[in-house]
Design a protein around this ligand. Structure first.
Ligand SMILES: *[C@@H]1O[C@H](CO)[C@@H](O)[C@H](O)[C@H]1NC(C)=O
Ligand SMILES: *[C@@H]1O[C@H](CO)[C@@H](O)[C@H](O)[C@H]1NC(C)=O
Ligand SMILES: *[C@@H]1O[C@H](CO)[C@@H](O)[C@H](O)[C@H]1NC(C)=O
Ligand SMILES: *[C@@H]1O[C@H](CO)[C@@H](O)[C@H](O)[C@H]1NC(C)=O
Ligand SMILES: *[C@@H]1O[C@H](CO)[C@@H](O)[C@H](O)[C@H]1NC(C)=O
Ligand SMILES: *[C@@H]1O[C@H](CO)[C@@H](O)[C@H](O)[C@H]1NC(C)=O
Ligand SMILES: *[C@@H]1O[C@H](CO)[C@@H](O)[C@H](O)[C@H]1NC(C)=O
Ligand SMILES: *[C@@H]1O[C@H](CO)[C@@H](O)[C@H](O)[C@H]1NC(C)=O
Ligand SMILES: *[C@@H]1O[C@H](CO)[C@@H](O)[C@H](O)[C@H]1NC(C)=O
Ligand SMILES: *[C@@H]1O[C@H](CO)[C@@H](O)[C@H](O)[C@H]1NC(C)=O
Length: 489
């Protein structure tokens, strides 16, 4: 008997789940798995350009990038930095970036960080800049709280996520920038977050924890070829941004680190996450768009997000999650080729009354899951509120969510899908899903206030999802390849 707790963001719902694991595997489901695997592989080969809602789009992650070499490059050594892991280099980074600002209208510049251990407090970037971390270069976040500046909360949240009031600025911040690249030869940004995790756990934080990298109101951002580790809080947080690419990144945090999320696109559009490996304590990739009345008033959705070829591990959270803060809306998301392992939940939609907003037009396809307690979750009862002024009648809408081509091995329970009575989740579509379940398959699904369709799903889902498939082709969300042939099944 093992007991795990699932925690959502903003210290909200705790759903306790006890499970007995038998490791039982049936020959039949093994054979079915192989059949499905072949189907998935065929599908991967068929991957091509897609249209969404009839409109040709950037779903292949080919946004304009700033990866051409910059005409100017300086090393952080020229600003007096010392890579001994002890000397504080915040001023060196600030001075270097102030200097490189003067190249913004001359094609931009690169700040080169050579091998070494470069201790620093938080600092801001500038436009038309490439921050390049050489192989063996490690940026270390200071463990002294006075090296982290305090800033205002985000307008779409109204307060810090963890505590009322302001929040600490991220280790690396881009604010109102354009054309910025953080890359390297697999250099590392290590937040040294253990002190923050202890302050969080012992309730001695005075403000909400800082992220490792945050871009606010910025466009044309690339983060690539790096390893991020031990972030105090979230690892990569683009908020109010357009054209963001996160490519070939490794993210690591201990499995018991509190609420550490990987990549968190928030009120941002045209976001691409590709070839990333993420292993964290909480959600590996989670899409958000603001919190209750603040998020509704700010009104900026997260939309046109493409996630492709990612390895995800979310020990106590969800590998791919949506919400629970989604008050500006989340739509047009395409996630494909996910490998999920050793996680609490595979894929999860979370929201609650008071959020308003919507989560709609989401397609998740070609997923392999191993050693996951709950493959799929959707809840309309997850999350706390920023203050007492939220509107309990602001009901979120969840509609047109498609999950297809999923193989699961050593899954404890298939899923719990529970909508809101006054605003049921609609057009939840499940196709070609085969889960090898270690609990009783007849009780593996739990459903309430949800409607949808299913075909070729094992174990057999709740009757709420067994409307005729013939009805589903128009109701379910799908992407069309550019030649016009349907990509669903
Ligand atoms: C640095 O970023 C913060 C947002 O985190 C912003 O408030 C501040 O104005 C920025 N400073 C500069 C010099 O850009
Ligand atoms: C933290 O940094 C402040 C300012 O740089 C310094 O005065 C203080 O001694 C440092 N605290 C520790 C524990 O190093
Ligand atoms: C991914 O990054 C590693 C090192 O950071 C590099 O060696 C490799 O070529 C990169 N792969 C791609 C596809 O960019
Ligand atoms: C980058 O370095 C980390 C160790 O710091 C390693 O685990 C990872 O595999 C490397 N990534 C690539 C793409 O080489
Ligand atoms: C929070 O504030 C208290 C009282 O000023 C202080 O003793 C404590 O060190 C602060 N905690 C952190 C993590 O800064
Ligand atoms: C990542 O590194 C590889 C190998 O150096 C390079 O070919 C590729 O262009 C880089 N990709 C990005 C997006 O930085
Ligand atoms: C992702 O990885 C695959 C396989 O290594 C490679 O073909 C592709 O170019 C990579 N994509 C990017 C954007 O680096
Ligand atoms: C099955 O998955 C659970 C986690 O859900 C894990 O603890 C267990 O070790 C896995 N069993 C095997 C045989 O891999
Ligand atoms: C499913 O989730 C709902 C709300 O999140 C909860 O009330 C219910 O107990 C859960 N059912 C099962 C069988 O876990
Ligand atoms: C859709 O299914 C329902 C029952 O599941 C049926 O009554 C209805 O006629 C179907 N509609 C179409 C267009 O097939």
């Amino acid at each position: 008997m093992i007991i795990k707790s699932e925690v959502c963001s903003s210290a909200c719902c705790f759903s306790f789940c006890s499970c007995s694991l038998t490791g039982l595997e049936e020959e039949d489901s093994e054979r079915l798995l192989m059949k499905r695997l072949v189907a998935v592989l065929l599908l991967l080969l068929l991957n091509n350009a897609v249209k969404i809602n009839g409109e040709e789009s950037d779903w292949n992650c080919k946004y304009k990038t700033g990866l051409d070499p910059r005409p100017h490059s300086v090393s952080i050594l020229e600003f007096g930095a010392v890579g001994d892991g002890k000397t504080l280099n915040t001023l060196a980074f600030q001075n270097a970036i102030f200097y490189l600002n003067s190249f913004a209208d001359k094609g931009g510049a690169q700040l080169y960080v050579p091998p070494g251990r470069w201790l620093t407090g938080s600092f801001n970037l500038t436009s038309h800049l490439t921050l390049f971390l050489a192989k063996g270069a490690v940026l270390l976040g200071s463990q002294n709280v006075s090296h982290w500046e305090l800033i205002e909360p985000l307008p779409s949240y109204g307060r810090g996520l963890e505590l009322p009031g302001g929040r600490y600025r991220s280790l690396i911040t881009g604010y109102k920038l354009t054309d910025v690249v953080i890359t390297g030869d697999n250099g590392t940004i290590d937040g040294q977050g253990s002190v923050w995790w202890e302050w969080f756990s012992s309730h001695s934080l005075n403000y909400s924890r800082p992220h490792l990298i945050e871009f606010i109101s910025s466009n044309d951002v690339v983060i690539s070829n790096l390893t991020l580790s031990n972030s105090p809080y979230w690892n990569i947080h683009p908020v109010y941004c357009s054209n963001v690419q996160v490519l070939n990144i490794t993210v690591r945090a201990p499995s018991d680190s509190p609420y550490i999320d990987g990549i968190v696109p928030d009120s941002s559009n045209n976001v691409c996450i590709e070839n990333c490996t993420i292993s964290v304590g909480h959600d590996a990739i989670v899409l958000k768009s603001g919190w209750d009345e603040y998020g509704i008033a700010y009104g900026r959705p997260t939309t046109r997000v493409h996630i492709k070829r990612v390895h995800l591990r979310a020990s106590l959270g969800s590998a791919l999650a949506f919400g629970s803060e989604m008050s500006g809306g989340i739509s047009n998301v395409y996630a494909e080729q996910l490998y999920v392992h050793d996680s609490f939940t595979g894929i999860k939609l979370k929201t609650t009354r008071g959020r308003g907003g919507y989560m709609k037009d989401i397609l998740i396809s070609d997923v392999i899951m191993e050693n996951v307690e709950k493959a799929l979750g959707a809840t309309g009862h997850c999350g706390s509120h920023p203050d007492e002024n939220f509107n309990p009648n602001a009901l979120p809408i969840v509609d047109r969510i498609t999950l297809k081509n999923v193989i699961g091995k050593n899954i404890t329970r298939a899923g719990n899908l529970s909508g809101i009575q006054e605003s049921p989740f609609t057009s939840i579509c499940l196709f070609s899903i085969s889960l090898s379940i270690t609990s009783d398959p007849s009780t593996s699904w739990a459903c309430s206030n949800i409607f949808g369709f299913s075909k070729s799903v094992f174990p057999e889902p709740c009757p709420d999802l067994q409307s005729l498939y013939l009805n589903s082709s128009s109701a379910c969300f799908s992407l069309q390849p550019s030649d016009g042939h349907s990509a669903v099944l």
